[in-house]
Design a binder for this molecule. Structure first.
Ligand code: ZN
Ligand code: ZN
Length: 396
């Protein structure tokens, strides 16, 4: 595994502990944005106090994504054909020898993106790609322009509506290629489209395409027989699943922050650690029961977390490739029933791991350093999707 440069928030945390120059004050701020499984709201919480700062109204229950910079939160509302955007109110400035933090009120921006059945959101270095399944089109824009209130939008179309994804990679856009005969099924490949809208090279085969993530300079896209991997240098190569793995595939990927790796689902009761640059690229980790949700720790790079249906949060040591701790947090949340039933989600907010408990109207807080339970935060309704943004920096 390659050690990466610290991410903005981790960098700010690291810089925050360095000696501060005179007149500078150090400040830490973490905010948690929480959507509800049934109600069209997004709560913004201050994680230092556990208090709700504000509850924003959106059109329908939303799936939340934060950008890598942490400056904005996207609320994808698939059933009302709109993507709303919130400013997190937290931003960082790089002053070379230290990082500055600016904390303002979170707000719902006037900017929103309309289109049929928005699905996947991908941020790549501040280039945002929103895919609209109902149109088979992606809208590409820049986070910085959105925050200024005037996003320029570039549209990239495919041949048919489908459940797809796009990634803006420099001047090119990687976009899913629908299954021509059965567009209702998963896409069959990746097409590269340049600024003029022309296709670059051949379509890269990727049957059952679903799931993508970035880690450092690598982008991975999950397919039936392996992962398409690129570093944005024009080469896209298939990393086939190891023959030693059982039958299966990944359909959701998350990318390591601080260490270069990917974590993917693999069958209902396992995850796979993927290091494309290693001889042993795939390491399977079996779980005690079926998996509900997983995420990486952006601050403590060697850890990732998995929640399983028996109500346990597991900490994975991604270097050792094994579970190194488990905590019982909730009543069981069976994976029987509909995939979209309310079940817990995980987010890491600085030194806290937060797990939503939608059926108990609560957020469970775990100390990330000691991996022990802290105080719960009650939250009305069915708290569901979570994203955390923040870090430490100086104000002066
Ligand atoms: Zn400064
Ligand atoms: Zn999907």
């Amino acid at each position: 595994m390659k050690r990466l440069l610290a991410t903005t928030s981790a960098l700010a945390v690291l810089l925050g502990v360095a000696a501060a120059p005179a007149l500078a004050e150090e400040k830490t701020a973490w905010r948690l944005f929480v959507s509800d499984h049934a109600a069209p709201v997004v709560h913004a919480l201050d994680m230092e106090t556990g208090q709700t700062i504000e509850t924003f109204s959106v059109k329908t229950p939303a799936r939340l994504y934060s950008t890598d910079s942490g400056r904005s939160i996207f609320a994808v509302q698939g059933t009302s054909d709109v993507v709303s955007v919130l400013s997190s109110g937290i931003s960082f400035g790089d002053h070379g020898d230290h990082g500055d933090i600016k904390v303002e009120a979170p707000r719902l921006l006037d900017v929103s993106f309309e289109g049929k059945k928005p699905s996947h959101f991908v941020d790549h270095n501040g280039d945002i790609a929103l895919f609209f399944d109902g149109e088979g089109k992606a809208r590409i824009t820049r986070e910085a322009d959105i925050l200024e209130g005037k996003p320029a939008i570039r549209e990239v179309a495919t041949d048919a509506p489908h459940h797809g994804v796009a990634v803006a990679l420099g001047d090119d856009v990687l976009i899913s290629e629908p299954n021509k005969d059965k567009p209702d099924e998963l896409p069959v490949g990746i097409r590269v489209v340049d600024r003029t809208g022309a296709t670059v090279g051949d379509v890269h085969s990727c049957p059952d395409l679903h799931g993508e993530a970035s880690s450092g300079n690598l982008l991975a896209i999950a397919c039936a027989e392996g992962l398409l991997v690129t570093s944005g240098d024009g080469k896209i190569e298939l990393l086939p699943y190891d023959k030693a793995l059982p039958e299966g595939k990944s359909t959701t990927l998350v990318g390591g922050r601080g260490l270069q790796y990917f974590l993917g689902n693999y069958g209902p009761s396992a995850v796979v650690l993927i290091d494309p640059k290693s001889e042993e690229a795939f390491r399977l980790i079996d779980l005690p029961t079926r998996r509900v949700h997983f995420t990486v720790d952006p601050v403590r790079a060697k850890f990732a977390y998995i929640f399983t249906e028996d109500g346990q949060l597991h900490r994975i040591d991604v270097v050792a490739g094994k579970i190194d701790g488990s905590l019982k947090l909730t009543e069981p949340y069976s994976m029987d029933g509909h995939w979209s039933d309310p079940r817990p989600r995980i987010a890491v907010a600085g030194n806290r791991i937060v797990v939503s408990d939608p059926l108990k109207s609560a957020l469970h807080v775990v100390d990330a350093e000691s991996f022990t339970k802290g105080d719960d935060i009650p939250l009305e309704g069915k708290p569901f999707n979570l994203v955390a943004v923040g870090g430490s920096g100086e104000t002066h």
